[in-house]
Design a protein around this ligand. Structure first.
Ligand SMILES: NC(=O)c1ccc[n+]([C@@H]2O[C@H](COP(=O)([O-])OP(=O)(O)OC[C@H]3O[C@@H](n4cnc5c(N)ncnc54)[C@H](OP(=O)(O)O)[C@@H]3O)[C@@H](O)[C@H]2O)c1
Length: 206
């Protein structure tokens, strides 16, 4: 069981909260307004999901998932407080709007908090696939990138707990942009080319 904070409790944060609570993890939602936050219904989904201020949720957890709009990644990272020893998983995509002054959200997080254990994961597919990665007897794959081995191990464990198939290591921080391009490729197929959101990537291996 891991103590996991989720900041950004909309489509993605909500799907991850539901799935990870179901898998036995303790989820603390970190929200701006306890009375009005998106995803308040998550509290009824499981007794293992509770809502707190952003800093309080982060401080009580060893793993922090960020799933807010990309433009505020640097501000959100700063608002977590002391995160030394903690792992941060970045599920955001800056393909349409990046945090100002940064190449991507992962760099914005690294520059604005005191942990080097930051990796990009859960950004490459639609939130519906995070709620249910199974396609018949197959499971969608997940992808992770960044310079933290520990971060990648935890991301992999959580992806498997959600039901994803293989978790592919895309490489270091220099591959985060490529991972965002993979997300854009999914968006292109699902939305722009109108194939629908019920599609997911899987790598074949001989
Ligand atoms: N939608 C997808 O299928 C998908 C898939 C992969 C990755 N992503 C990425 O995941 C991120 C979230 O997408 P989404 O569709 O889940 O968005 P969403 O449903 O609009 O939810 C955004 C959440 O972020 C919170 N938020 C916004 N600004 C904040 C701040 N300054 N501090 C703390 N929380 C803040 C909002 O809080 P309130 O409740 O207070 O409004 C809301 O809970 C984006 O970066 C997106 O690119 C999305």
């Amino acid at each position: 069981m891991m103590n996991i904070a989720i900041i950004g409790t909309g489509n993605v944060g909500g799907a991850l909260a539901r799935g990870l609570a179901k898998a036995g993890h303790r989820i603390r939602l970190g929200v701006r307004e306890l009375a009005t936050f998106k995803g308040a219904s998550l509290l009824e989904a499981s007794p293992d999901i509770t809502a707190h201020g952003v800093r309080e949720a982060a401080q009580a957890s060893e793993v922090i998932i960020l799933a807010t709009p990309a433009q505020v990644a640097h501000e959100v990272a700063r608002s977590l407080g002391d995160v030394s020893g903690k792992v941060i998983l970045d599920a955001m995509n800056g393909v349409f709007a990046r945090p100002e002054g940064f190449e991507h959200t992962t760099a914005a997080i690294l520059a604005n908090c005191n942990t080097a254990d930051v990796v990009k994961c859960f950004n490459t597919t639609g939130y519906e696939n995070m709620l249910d990665p199974k396609y018949g007897d197959q499971a969608a794959d997940m992808f992770v990138a960044g310079d933290s081995t520990r971060g990648k191990e935890i991301a992999g464990q959580l992806a498997h707990a959600l039901g994803f198939g293989e978790v592919w290591d895309f490489g270091g921080l220099d591959k985060v942009t490529l991972l965002e391009q993979l997300a854009l490729s999914w968006i292109n197929l699902a939305i722009m080319q109108k194939h629908g959101r019920g599609i997911a990537f899987k790598v074949l291996r001989r």
